[in-house]
Design a protein around this ligand. Sequence first.
Ligand code: NAD
Length: 472
Amino acid sequence: MFEYAPAPESRDIVHIRPSYGLFIDGEFTDAKETIKTIDPATEEVLAEVGSAGPEEVDLAVRAARTAFETVWGPMPGRERAKYLYRIARIIQERSRELAVLESLDNGKPIRESRDVDLPLVAAHFFYYAGWADKLAHAGYGTKPLGVAGQVIPWNFPLLMLAWKIAPALATGNTVVLKPAETTPLTALVFADICRQADLPPGVVNIITGAGETGRLLVSHDGIDKVAFTGSTEVGRQIARSVAGTSKRLTLELGGKAANVVFDDAPLDQAVEGIVNGIFFNQGQVCCAGSRLLVQEPVAEEVLARLRTRMATLRVGDPLDKNTDIGAINSAVQLQRIRDLSEVGEQEGAERWAPPCELPEKGFWFPPTVFTGVSQAHRIAREEIFGPVLSVLTFRTPEEAIEKANNTPYGLSAGVWSEKGSRILWAAQRLRAGVVWANTFNTFDPASPFGGYQESGFGREGGRHGLEAYLEH
Ligand code: NAD
């Protein structure tokens, strides 16, 4: 093990207020009910935020409607673009503040929020700003839908906000967005950024609250479009509530991605890809490479190198710049990871984690690998959404594809091989919205992202991401 001196990022740049209201029609208004948000690394209460009820949801939807009809819908695309560019630039200017706040509220390592989340958030706004005056060339029409109701999860709070809000605004829609109850703070700073950018009131409305607030939003008669990212179970409920209405719907749900390592793969690179695939953001990633499929001749070698690499991962303070694995987002999520990992042991899989000291307070789970996993095991079928890898082996390429596709999900997959022909052969057969070759968890705003089957439908990112917000 390497010893490092602690290198914590200062939190002085962040000014968390004791309480926040709801951001409706360009103003923060106090909510009747409130909920608390905590730092999952210390269990310290960070702030109290509003919990929007029926009247407040209604106010937000009405504000978005008025803004759509009077200002934002009629505005020429080149004018809308200026606001999006301005927002993108302010995000860059305030990126350190946003990264620290994201790590405090979510538990993710500062290295990730600073170097991955924030640059991608700004890039998304820049990218869609560029489309705002070129919709006629995108091929999906130019007419916005109206008001979008958007509900997002806690794993990438600000990045999911960007994925939802940037294409909606670029296409001339207005939005009411509900962040997850455990990670509302960066969305509330984003509301402040909208004011700083002089965005007309009502174009973006942020209403905080738990699942009930989300349910009230997606079932409100005044919205034209629902965009949801989160669990498959809630996705199903939303699909049922939207069925039979004229609302348009996109769902980005769970996954159980296969990361397929062939025997000719560059093994050290593959091990880095496996680590990135399952331990990035504590494995709380819908496209995480949670099933490692490794070809038999190299299985032992890959596992030996993986264990050596895992022993160097540093678990702890999310604000420390050396930290690789931060805190699990909530006590509830930690319990889910623990429960499913216990099931893995009961089913006969072999569990291994490197020795590591976990902090006493907060929600922590060590990087863990299960070997001897069979396809019937629950840990090979269900989304664990934590730093837990299930390892299966295969003999032939055909067997690899069969096992990789043996899942109700279909969001992402990884292929590791030195041969381009083998990569193309596999990519054509893997039933997944995104297939990475000799890399994993690589994102770009120009590239569409989305799933098959129970992973949802619709694409976010790229030109394709415009389609969900236009009438055609
Ligand atoms: P969730 O689906 O319950 O929550 C996601 C968002 O939906 C939150 O903002 C929540 O408040 C809201 N919500 C909850 N119930 C709602 C309803 N009936 N109508 C409208 N909105 C509602 O996810 P969770 O409970 O935080 O996590 C559960 C599991 O979901 C995780 O263990 C993981 O497997 C999966 N998950 C997937 C993603 C993803 O990116 N695909 C993200 C988070 C969680």
